[in-house]
Design a protein around this ligand. Structure first.
Ligand SMILES: Cc1cc2nc3c(=O)[nH]c(=O)nc-3n(C[C@H](O)[C@H](O)[C@H](O)COP(=O)(O)OP(=O)(O)OC[C@H]3O[C@@H](n4cnc5c(N)ncnc54)[C@H](O)[C@@H]3O)c2cc1C
Length: 428
């Protein structure tokens, strides 16, 4: 990004965040009795949405339904694989959402939504009535789209695409692998959660192997012909890990069609077999189960929404945000989900107060760590164009390819700041 475009980007980001917080007309929020908002999913979309609704209006009751007691972030989970952080350092509590913001947090699984009766049914048997429902359940996997790759297979060939036990399993396998071993990483076709994630993962696994098992190799089998920040990643690999990472594109036979967990082999669409000592399969994805159960998805497996308010185009008064939603040109990222969470909070509060929804803007910034002191990024600001969330020209871009060591080190430190501030935006 040039100096000018970076400055423009910063201005637009500031405008976007002011719209989400300071610019909100608090004084016009006339209390009309307590409205109830239920939010399913306490991740990047749901936790932010819950908090910002409470920040905008203390007289709306907000209940957050989250199945887990703690949240392990996918962002920075690749640093756990690379040995840069421990899992405890990416694990967060919901305590402050309760104590500081007065959000009712229920740790249970939402198993059904009665859209006509405006109720959410929990596994524990409780039913929660709502005026507005926000659904941010993240992703599920399309088990068996790759033949033989089901939940049981993921215990042998981990996906580690939901952070937690799967992250630790993959880390353990890397630690147990012999020097000179091969790590296979199968990356899915678009759209999927975190487009640069597989390549950051390959980088940080390479960082670990370079230190501890330098004769080892990483083979990325890709179901695509290009990927996010590709020239920046490939420059970094050449510079930091020469000869260690090979990338096989879709056209060169990278699409994995079948896995054999007993033989530790995968087969591509031409019948060619690849063997690995550690195999990380990132399977194709779809919206989380509750969105599918409630009929919120279309034939793509994702949820169509009004891209101004994130209200479902299928069911009134149900909003879908984050990875599960079809959010125009925004990538499926944690930062996108949080930005959508703020816009959705505005939409929900506006609707409950009978106010007009201000015109939203949206933002995404995505840092990737290629090694300690070596970060790269991509950023964009978005506005609605003909009802579709569309990047604003010249209000973003990727790190310059010609950036020097100091520039990469600076971006690495920004990535740490990004993690701290997004975590605080969700949980503090
Ligand atoms: C390896 C990796 C690295 C990544 N790095 C980055 C990064 O650097 N930057 C970035 O911006 N993004 C990154 N991402 C992407 C980011 O993690 C997702 O885009 C983000 O989590 C999406 O937010 P969400 O709210 O849609 O889903 P999540 O954050 O997954 O939240 C969903 C929550 O809903 C809960 N839930 C689901 N169904 C139910 C139910 N029925 N009842 C109760 N609770 C339920 C889940 O337990 C979960 O806590 C990364 C992803 C991966 C895999």
């Amino acid at each position: 990004m040039s100096q000018v475009t970076r400055r423009k980007f910063v201005q637009m980001t500031a405008a976007a965040s002011a719209l989400g917080t300071l610019g909100w007309p608090f004084s016009t929020l006339a209390a009309k009795g307590k409205a109830r908002v239920v939010i399913i999913g306490g991740g990047y979309g749901g936790a932010v949405c819950a908090k910002y609704i409470r920040r905008m209006s203390a007289d709306i009751e907000v209940t957050l339904v989250e199945q887990h007691k703690q949240f392990v972030t996918c962002p920075f989970s690749n640093t756990v694989l690379g040995g840069l952080r421990r899992i405890e350092q990416i694990t967060h509590s919901y305590d402050k959402l309760k104590s500081k913001y007065g959000i009712e947090v229920i740790h249970d699984l939402a198993v059904d939504i009665d859209a006509a009766g405006k109720q959410v049914v929990l596994k524990g048997g409780k039913k929660l009535a709502y005026d507005k429902l926000v659904v941010s359940p993240g992703i599920d996997f399309r088990w068996n789209d790759i033949e033989g790759y089901d939940e049981a297979a993921s215990e042998i060939m981990p996906h580690a695409w939901k952070a937690g036990p799967q992250t630790l399993l993959l880390r353990k396998q890397l630690e147990a692998m012999k020097d000179g071993g091969t790590v296979l990483l199968a990356a899915p076709d678009n759209p999927f959660r975190c487009p640069p994630g597989p390549y950051e993962r390959a980088s940080l696994i390479a960082h670990y192997l370079k230190q501890h098992k330098p004769k080892s190799k990483i083979l990325i089998l890709d179901a695509k012909d290009k990927f996010s920040k590709q020239p920046l990643f490939q420059d970094g690999w050449e510079h930091l890990y020469p000869g260690m990472i090979d990338w096989v594109s879709k056209s060169a036979g990278g699409t994995v069609k079948r896995v054999d967990t007993k033989a530790m082999k995968v087969e591509n669409d031409n019948g060619f077999i690849y063997e690995g000592d550690v195999i990380n399969v990132i399977p194709p994805q779809k919206a989380g189960a509750i969105a599918r159960k409630a009929g919120l998805v279309d034939q793509s497996g994702w949820c169509p929404v009004n891209q101004t308010t994130f209200e479902s185009t299928v069911h009134k008064d149900i909003h879908v945000i984050g990875d599960a939603s079809i959010a125009g040109k925004m990538p499926k990222s944690g930062f996108s989900a949080g930005s959508q969470g703020k816009v959705c909070a505005m939409a929900v509060v506006s609707a409950l107060r009978g106010l007009e929804m201000p015109e939203p803007s949206y933002v995404n910034t995505c840092y990737s760590i290629v090694a300690p002191d070596y970060g790269i990024s991509v950023a964009a600001v978005y506005r609605l164009e003909a009802g579709v969330i569309t990047p604003v020209k010249d209000a973003g871009g990727a790190s310059p390819r010609e950036g020097d060591a100091q520039f990469r080190a600076l971006e690495y430190s920004y990535a740490q700041g990004w993690y701290a501030s997004t975590s605080a935006d969700m949980f503090d």
